[in-house]
Design a protein around this ligand. Structure first.
Ligand code: ZN
Ligand code: ZN
Length: 169
């Protein structure tokens, strides 16, 4: 877990601090599947700007997640440039919306913040390629490797029996 202690900065109103930080990322569980950040530790740009009313935090890094394709379960990856902002009001009694959940006392939880920002950037489905054909719903074989179709279902035998009976009457 990577944290950042703000006390060593001694920022005053109007000050801005920028720093390159290394953040350890955690795996994500998404849609019941686990996605692994690769590499596990990313280089990120952190900026902290202090104003009279509060502090603005900005974090930028490139996220790369590797895990199963939503359709065929083979390996898929997702890359995205992440830009995340958080705000902390100087007033401890301020609304929850004006207070970042990643700051506990003077310590910023960079791992949790980066994990949540990476999770928010994920698309609805992660695919090995945009036109992945997926698995056959009938036999489960990979349609990318073995494109195939099955014969249309035979007419339900109960109905045909009924039809026959009707014809006999
Ligand atoms: Zn796929
Ligand atoms: Zn099939």
């Amino acid at each position: 877990m990577t944290t950042y202690d703000l006390r060593r900065l001694r920022l005053r109103s109007g000050d801005e601090h920028r720093e390159a930080v290394e953040i350890e990322l955690e795996p994500l569980v998404y849609g019941g599947q686990s996605y692994e950040p690769l590499p596990r530790t990313v280089e990120a740009d952190l900026s902290i700007a202090r104003a009279t009313g509060g502090t603005v935090f900005n974090l930028r890094f490139e996220s790369r997640m590797v895990g199963p394709c939503y359709r065929c379960l083979s390996e898929a990856e997702f890359r995205e440039k992440i830009v995340a902002n958080e705000y902390q009001d100087a007033d401890p009694g301020a609304d929850e919306e004006l207070r970042t959940p990643y700051l506990v006392g003077d310590v910023l939880d960079l791992s949790a913040w980066a994990r949540d920002a990476a999770a928010l950037a994920l698309p609805e489905t992660i695919l090995c390629r945009p036109d992945c054909a997926g698995l056959c719903p009938e036999c489960g074989r990979d349609l990318n490797l073995e494109p195939h179709e099955h014969d249309p279902e035979p007419v339900d035998s109960r109905w045909s029996a009924l039809e026959k009976l009707k014809n006999e009457l």
